[in-house]
Ligand binder design. Structure first.
Ligand code: 2AM
Ligand code: CA
Ligand code: CA
Length: 268
């Protein structure tokens, strides 16, 4: 992908994302079918499915050699990340979409040979598009975001985390998480991993800590965050694997190591 091709793909993706957002806003106040997936709280609506189909169709028609990794199963069954792969979450924050009709996002990351080249997170109801190309910075709509401050300590940080991880759970020791909650200035939980990433990118939060996310939850956010000097790893500090689920610490570099070393004790 040379710079010109990257720019064309970027502009095309942006157009589809804005169009998909428009379609979601138009349909969301009419009745829609809600189903559950793995658990009674794991929701999917026909709008999630229609939106992913919209992207899969556009991508396949326009770029037959690109592949799609999507949450709702309309993409390809990927065994590797060779070539150009669009990693799409049509609605991130479906529970918010159903219950609140806000605080959900479209997340699109475009990777080449496993490297994140383009990242978009679109806050559909806020009409805010976070956008980035690798090496060219991150933007909130047309406003270029500043590099994250290096002058920050955990005691004065705001950290995004789901309260579930501070209760007894199979993945992480709850006491470490409780100490983290007590140490930081404040915690937040927005219910959309993509938006939590976006808030770290714009410096509204200093870290986002969670124990289980899928590739489509993080693909765009990782690209955006690295463009402001932030870092995303698994909760043990190792590299995120974009073909499977991961624990995630997405954070300002100044506090990343301290969160991992002092507060995260993974089980098994
Ligand atoms: P979703 O709305 O696309 O399902 C909620 O805290 C965040 O976690 C949302 O971004 C949600 O994405 C994601 N999420 C919910 N269930 C998940 C699961 N079983 N595995 C990975 N991510 C999940
Ligand atoms: Ca998601
Ligand atoms: Ca989703």
């Amino acid at each position: 992908m040379n710079d010109q091709q990257k720019q064309l793909i970027f502009e095309q993706a942006k157009q589809w994302i804005l169009e998909a957002g428009e379609r979601i806003r138009a349909k969301m106040h009419e009745p829609f079918v809600i189903e559950t997936k793995s658990t009674p709280d794991d929701l999917v609506t026909e709008i999630d499915q229609n939106t992913e189909q919209f992207f899969a169709k556009k991508i396949r028609e326009t770029y037959p050699d690109h592949r799609v990794l999507g949450e709702e199963g309309f993409g390809d069954d990927l065994k590797d990340l060779d070539g150009i792969v669009w990693i799409v979450d049509p609605i991130d924050g479906t529970m918010n979409f159903v219950h609140q009709k806000q605080n959900f996002a479209i997340s699109v990351g475009i990777y080449k040979d496993g490297i994140g080249e383009i990242g978009f997170i679109y806050d559909v109801m806020g009409d805010v598009l976070y956008q980035s190309k690798r090496g060219e910075g991150a933007y909130k709509n047309d406003h270029k975001l500043s590099p994250l401050s290096s002058d920050i300590v955990l005691e004065k940080s705001i950290v995004g985390l789901n309260a579930f991880w501070a209760t007894e759970n199979p993945r992480v020791d709850k006491r470490g998480m409780q100490e983290l909650i007590r140490k930081v200035r404040g915690t937040r939980s927005y219910g959309s991993a993509a938006l939590e990433f976006a808030y770290v990118v714009e410096g509204n939060m200093d870290a986002y800590v969670t124990m289980r996310l899928a590739p489509w939850d993080v693909a765009a956010g990782i690209v955006l965050l690295s463009e402001v000097g932030g870092i995303t790893t698994k909760a043990d500090g190792t590299e995120v694997d974009m073909l499977t689920t991961n624990s995630i610490i997405a954070s300002n570099r100044a506090i990343h190591r301290e969160i991992i070393d002092k507060h995260i004790e993974l089980k098994k």
